[in-house]
Design a protein. Structure first.
Length: 366
């Protein structure tokens, strides 16, 4: 019996139910138990479709280790270091090597995919792994990190029509059976518009945009588990005013495949990572509601420099580096030098009952 593809199953579902909201389509494309993009290993990394700073080089984890060492000065042990969206455990493995000496530090990770969670458990057996944030114990003291977690949450795709009304962009099918965009009413459009405008959005007729139904709730859930310490959210994104303004009239919805980016997000569901920029204004609002002090956004570059990454490249300026040494130094520099992930990835810095966040923002931690 021929096995049907995820695309075939989605087309059949559309035939039965009608066009799907994009977040429903994206949920299936990324997380279908059999054929979802994230249900197969090897997607992230130098040989995968994209890389993240967290998995690129252990220098990133060493910076987090230095931040944790400073937390020890303010928070009594034991401390926890939690990676929410742990994937296959790349960052947790680096953190296991970078933990400050003599510190009672517990490693934990959250990963929804059973396949990726199993890979993380094999890679970092000393880390405690959970299938959801809800399973995390409360009362955590320490550092919680989420690297490109929120941009992987499904989004609704919308458009502002000529009358300033939001319409829903759904996934339908053409006569030939191919997936295609179709538009229809957005019943909660007035409420969505009011929320966006309250946070500073300035939308124009014809503008495409995305909203993330589960983002604020997830941010609040993560925050509720941290009783004392730092929360660092790394992602592609912008404040509400910048994200939903004239500079982003085509939205930010993209697909990654084979280290390339494309705007064709309907092709080959399950074979491409689907992502959109994060509304950091929404996350900041949610964290403040949970009683966090939110210091705002900084670039990954600025945060890593505050955490001492430049010291990783210290050495005799007159020295001639070997090819291997030069490659190592270039890999570290990619984390924070202009023109790469150091500037494109932003970090929302928030804290509860500690004063280190301000030092990270000001660049004066170490």
């Amino acid at each position: 019996m021929t096995r049907t593809t995820l695309s075939d199953r989605l087309v059949d579902r559309i035939a039965r139910e009608g066009p799907l909201r994009f977040d429903v389509f994206q949920e299936a494309a990324l997380y279908d138990p059999d054929d979802g993009y994230y249900e197969r290993p090897g997607r992230v990394g130098r040989s995968g479709d994209f890389v993240t700073g967290a998995s690129w080089h252990p220098a990133f984890a060493r910076c987090l280790g230095r931040i944790t060492a400073r937390l020890v000065e303010e928070i009594p042990p034991p401390l926890s270091l939690v990676d929410v969206g742990a994937g296959e455990g790349e960052l947790l493995a680096f953190l296991a090597e970078a933990r400050p000496p003599g510190v009672d530090l517990r490693l934990a990770g959250v990963e929804a995919s059973a396949v990726r969670r199993a890979a993380a458990a094999a890679r970092v057996p000393q880390a405690e792994l959970f299938a959801s944030v809800r399973e995390l114990p409360g009362g955590i003291s320490g550092l919680v990190v989420a690297y490109e977690l929120f941009d992987a949450l499904p989004v609704r795709a919308l458009r502002v029509d000529d009358d300033g009304v939001l319409v829903e962009r759904r996934v339908g099918r053409e006569a030939a059976g191919r997936l295609a965009w179709v538009e229809g009413p957005c019943p909660d459009g007035p409420e969505l518009l009011a929320s966006l405008r309250r946070r500073g959005a300035a939308l124009e007729p014809g503008q495409l945009l995305e909203v993330r139904p589960g983002a604020a709730a997830l941010a609040r859930e993560i925050a509720s588990r941290l009783s004392q310490g730092l929360l660092l959210l790394f992602d592609y994104g912008a404040p509400t005013r910048a994200l939903y303004g004239p500079a982003r009239v085509n939205g930010t919805l993209e697909a990654f495949v084979g280290q390339r980016v494309t705007r064709d997000v309907l092709a080959e569901p399950g074979e491409r990572d689907l992502t959109a920029w994060v509304d950091f204004g929404e996350l900041e609002e949610a964290l403040r509601e949970e009683g966090f002090v939110v210091h705002g956004l900084v670039s990954q570059s600025r945060l890593l420099l505050a955490a001492g990454i430049a010291g990783e490249l210290a050495g005799d300026p007159g020295r001639t580096w070997s090819a291997a040494e030069a490659a190592e130094r270039n890999a570290i520099a990619k984390l924070f030098m202009p023109g790469g992930m150091g500037e494109s990835i932003r970090v929302l810095v928030a804290e509860r009952k500690t004063g280190l966040g301000k030092s990270l923002i000001s660049g004066a931690l170490v």
